[in-house]
Write a protein that binds this ligand. Sequence first.
Ligand SMILES: Nc1ncnc2c1ncn2[C@@H]1O[C@H](COP(=O)(O)OP(=O)(O)OP(=O)(O)O)[C@@H](O)[C@H]1O
Length: 271
Amino acid sequence: MAAVEQSLPRSAPLAESAPAPLLRAEAVDLEYRDGGRQVQATHQVSFELYPADRFVLLGPSGCGKSTLLKAVAGFMRPAAGRIVLDGRPVEGPGADRIVVFQEFDQLPPWKTVLQNVMFPLVASRVLKRSDARERALDCLDKVGLSRFRDAYPHQLSGGMKQRVAIARALAMQPKILLMDEPFAALDALTRRKMQEELLALWDEVRFTLLFVTHSIEEAMVVGNRTLLLSPHPGRVRAELDCTEFGLESGGSEAFQRKAQHIHSLLFEVPR
Ligand SMILES: Nc1ncnc2c1ncn2[C@@H]1O[C@H](COP(=O)(O)OP(=O)(O)OP(=O)(O)O)[C@@H](O)[C@H]1O
């Protein structure tokens, strides 16, 4: 090993210290074709996602955030450009990318909480049943739902259902956890609590997160990096570092200033 290191050119240690991107979107155009009608959702969108990033796609309604997430998940292919995960073009869905949606009905209602979390692990044969049960219980513990493992989805609040969806996604240990406005349908207090819990979970597990929101505040709190997209069709307006902000910084002057700056980048028409 040492011999290999010594034989490398002097510049190699520097190159090695910069992590390789886990995911690259390269000049991605996404389109829908509805009969004869064509809708362009994004235009030449590029970004890179690094391991343990909390990367946020932020932009006004209709700018193509969900469509980008769908493309990363492999549910649709770019009309131009490409999406590369771990060096390979994304060509379809896979267990290495799991999506948590906004809707509360993403859990089969006839399965208990534990069965819901175990189901993808068993169905995709990632683990045998006994190991799947163990991992599911561990993930339920992480989201604070151990006591509810035998409950059915209709017995849970909206926030609890989202916790189950997050536990189910994390149990699969995906390369990227994709979240499409996961807290948008929750009341303000629950939403804040869920953001807190997501960040605590990230602190513990250090998963890689691609998170869609149209809330500037949520983007600043949840993300370490945020990609701003212009109105329809979505193009990259800017990429911002939001590492310095957390849940506690909401009322600070620096937070308000940055939120205002993001607002003007998103909504002011460039002259
Ligand atoms: N299934 C579809 N068929 C045709 N057009 C679609 C379809 N889904 C989305 N679009 C269009 O693509 C564009 C981008 O939609 P998308 O849902 O990705 O935006 P968004 O930024 O996620 O919006 P929101 O914040 O409102 O969810 C919009 O113009 C939308 O009308």
